[in-house]
Design a protein around this ligand. Structure first.
Ligand code: BG6
Length: 294
């Protein structure tokens, strides 16, 4: 543990602890900002609960907590590719970032919240992309993924903050903000489809990559009496996903009955929205998750 913390002072609101699977995590407990947990494995935020509220992020009770597996729930960082990548031929699924131990590089606290910063070291065989991730636990949960091309040639990459939101029942929620937007239906043909409906409602497996949208998305959840907003910057795609019963059943780290309790709203740059960085260039993608009664 000392190695992780060398030169970094933790404020009283932050503790370093060992979670399931012996994975190290940072726990935040703050009177004004609530609580959160972030694993070094994947720089993975697994929980955020505003003061007096309910958990905003969904985490599977069947998740693996192993150094060779991704955590199921919270906010996996998909990087430097999404799924199998643009040609669907890359492994592991969603890139290597969520399987690696990130380095804790800074912890700070001010009037806006508690901020934890992590860096992903470039290993042999990696793309020459240095990634830094900042998680701010404040009135909102803020996450920012900064990527710098440390190589000598232009590099293209994909990225997604694969945010699992906790809902009362996905069949009763509405996702607002994407009316009129175009999406690639990962369960349909290759041509983009226009969303004609005002809101998305869920009645089957849903797996959509919305393109060319910088809109904030609201998950309206009357059953939970709340509205969750995901606002973003530096991102042209939003992915909306629920696996429904059969796909959930096929996943070893997803409980058979858990799928109604979640929906993913992912802040992303994937496929035609992939980012290309010139040598030395930097790109930042952010998401801000807020909760209001409603
Ligand atoms: C979503 C994809 O973002 O992630 C889905 O759109 C995929 O197609 C899902 O099934 C989960 O991926 P994984 O690799 O975490 O099982």
């Amino acid at each position: 543990m000392r190695r992780v913390l060398r030169g970094i002072d933790l404020p009283a609101s932050v503790r370093l602890e060992t979670g399931p699977g012996d994975l190290l995590r940072l726990g935040v407990d703050h009177e004004r900002f609530g609580s959160a947990e972030v694993y070094l494995h994947g720089a993975h935020v697994t929980g955020w609960t505003p003061p007096g509220g309910a958990p905003v992020l969904w985490l599977s009770a069947q998740s693996h907590f192993r150094s060779d597996a991704a955590i199921r729930g919270g906010i996996p960082i998909c990087f430097p590719w999404f799924g199998g990548g643009p040609a669907d031929d890359q492994k592991p699924s969603h890139g290597y970032a969520r399987l690696r131990d990130w380095r804790l590089v800074a912890v700070s606290e001010d009037a806006d919240g508690v901020t934890l910063a992590f860096a992903l070291p470039v290993d042999d065989g990696d793309l020459p992309l240095e990634a830094t991730y900042r998680v701010t636990v404040g009135e909102a949960l803020g996450v920012a993924l900064e990527v710098r091309n440390a190589g000598e040639e232009a590099v293209a990459f994909e990225e997604a903050l694969h945010t699992y939101l906790a809902v009362s029942d996905v069949r009763q929620v509405a996702v607002e903000g994407l009316d009129g937007a175009r999406y690639l239906d990962r369960l349909g043909g290759p041509e983009p489809v226009v969303q004609e409906e005002d809101v998305i409602r869920f009645a089957a497996e849903t797996d959509r990559i919305y393109v060319e949208t910088d809109a904030a998305v609201v998950v309206s959840d009357p059953g939970a009496g709340r509205r969750i907003t995901v606002a973003k910057s530096g991102s042209s795609n939003t992915v909306v996903w629920n696996p429904w019963a059969d796909k959930a059943h096929a996943m070893a780290d997803f409980g058979d009955d858990e799928w109604p309790g979640m929906v993913c709203v992912e802040t992303a740059n994937v496929r035609t929205g992939a980012i290309t960085l010139a040598p030395g260039e930097t790109h930042v993608m952010t998401a801000r998750i807020e909760v209001a009664a409603g």
